[in-house]
Design a protein around this ligand. Sequence first.
Ligand SMILES: *Cc1c(COP(=O)(O)O)cnc(C)c1O
Length: 333
Amino acid sequence: MIDLRSDTLTKPTESMRAAMARAEVGDDVYAEDPTVLELEDRVAAMFGHEAALFTPTGSMANVLAVASVVEAGQEVLCESSAHIARAELGAHGAFTGLTMRTWTAPRGQVDLAAIEAMFAPDMGPFFVPTAAISIENTHNFAGGAVLPYDDLRALRAWADEVGTRVHLDGARIWNAHVATGTSFADYGRVADVMAVCLSKGLGAPVGSLMVGAAEAIAQARVRRKRMGGGMRQVGILAAAGLHALDHHVERLAEDHAHARLLAEAIGVDPADVDTNIVVVDRDDATAFVAAAAEEGVRIATVGPRTVRLVTHLDVTRSDAERAAVVLSRLAGR
Ligand SMILES: *Cc1c(COP(=O)(O)O)cnc(C)c1O
């Protein structure tokens, strides 16, 4: 089976497991796990922020990050297919008590004109005040699309002008960096607070981080414990993340090349594939997925008529080539 359902399916490599086994550990609720502290410091520094906080999942990192800039009774604006709006099971409403309004843009892009039109300053007892804008880079359900840096810079400038905050869901910011060459520091510069995942293309078994100002991180440390996310000798997992940062970032270029190969096979213009995800609309989505599985290629639907393919660390060049043969035949190409 060649599994292209998600880049979360990767299994830790032998050398990652060895790094995990060697990790120095301590009780992280006491902030005494040296490996977790090293990972948090390293990731904060990469993005030019003061501090970071290790979390079990990207969803928890996003909930903590957004809650650091949006309170109950306020709203966050995001793109309509954003992971925070579609795939976190209402966590932001359920835990934080915020509301969301969305703009819709092709490829999940930042539509500053739409954002400006939706933005609601705090005018007392009339409208839900907008406290933050959330963006996602790369954009998962838009097919791993990269948000162009000029758009991010323009959003940052506008947000400063009107006095609102920017949250960046950077679950796959690593892929954006490899695809564009934009530095992590530049990506960090456009966001007040962000979330990054180690358990996607980087291949760690568990782990994400919230990244932001020291005060926001201190507050999030308390909220993380309240939500049941206070972990103990978790340096074993942080060691996997450190190993991934050392060894699995630049190789994402291979995943991107494999995704373009698969795009061509399935009838998507490879020029439209920025990173490691291919989404394609097909009326026969469910049947297509089933037919591919019969031939040893697992893919998934992410909507009633949308199929998604994701390349990752455990998909080799020859896997990608074999999958391309199967998919192009099934797609009648
Ligand atoms: C996977 C993902 C997350 C976090 O997901 P978890 O499964 O909770 O780790 C957040 N944002 C995006 C864009 C993602 O793809």
